[in-house]
Design a protein around this ligand. Structure first.
Ligand code: ZN
Ligand code: ZN
Length: 215
């Protein structure tokens, strides 16, 4: 798998610090399970964060030598170890598989029109997560964003006006991005998407359906 679109430092740092809403945590954890590069970057943030906490605690009681000792330990590899999930054979990587309670065949898909299906995942209310099924060649209605939208490709690929995203790639969309994702012909595209604010649809019909689809 050649991943070309990765998590931002901001997202990795927030994930490491435990300040992301549950829906974003799920997307970050799933990408990390697929991506060696982001897993290594996360380990660095974990080490720095852990050391900062330790340094704050130890310097107040033991003086500045403790800070030097802690910083030396970060260089030596860091105190934090995260479990690395083993790769799975199915479509859903381990963190998502655990969440859904099975692979794609256990997903309760609901049609949203045009062959596109979605399944909303149960997360805390500050952000929402959904699985999207876009048939090869089909499009998601064009839309803008009020907050942040993370879209992680699990199978197939999609392209929008700006770029192409294949398996493992993550698109980070913000207020300044307006796009229409289209699945590549051939393989059906399955994505995990999380948003912390409702999307903005230009067309009347998706706007009408929006409250029912909870997008
Ligand atoms: Zn990555
Ligand atoms: Zn979007």
């Amino acid at each position: 798998m050649k991943i070309t679109h990765h998590l931002s430092d901001k997202l990795l740092m927030a994930y490491s610090a435990g300040t992301l809403p549950e829906a974003f945590n799920l997307v970050v954890a799933t990408h990390i399970s697929m991506c060696d590069e982001c897993r290594a970057r996360l380990a660095e943030f974990d080490a720095v964060g852990g050391a900062l906490i330790e340094a704050t605690e130890t310097t107040t009681t033991m003086g500045s030598d403790a800070l030097a000792a802690t910083l030396a330990r970060i260089k030596a590899g860091g105190p934090t170890e995260r479990a690395v999930p083993a790769p799975r054979a199915g479509v859903l990587p381990q963190p998502l598989h655990d969440y859904v309670g099975g692979d794609v065949e256990s997903v309760a898909w609901r049609s949203v029109g045009g062959g596109v299906k979605q399944a909303i995942l149960r997360t805390s209310e500050h952000a929402s997560a959904r699985l999207l099924f876009i048939p090869g060649g089909a499009a998601v209605p064009d839309h803008g964003h009020r907050g942040t939208e993370l879209t992680l490709v699990l199978q197939g690929a999609f392209a929008d006006e700006h770029d192409r995203f294949g398996p493992g790639d993550i698109e980070i969309a913000n207020e300044d991005l307006h796009h229409q994702p289209v699945a590549e012909p051939g393989v059906d595209c399955i994505c995990l998407a999380a948003t912390d604010a409702p999307l903005k649809f230009r067309a009347f019909l998706p706007r009408l359906a929006q409250p029912f689809l909870q997008i």
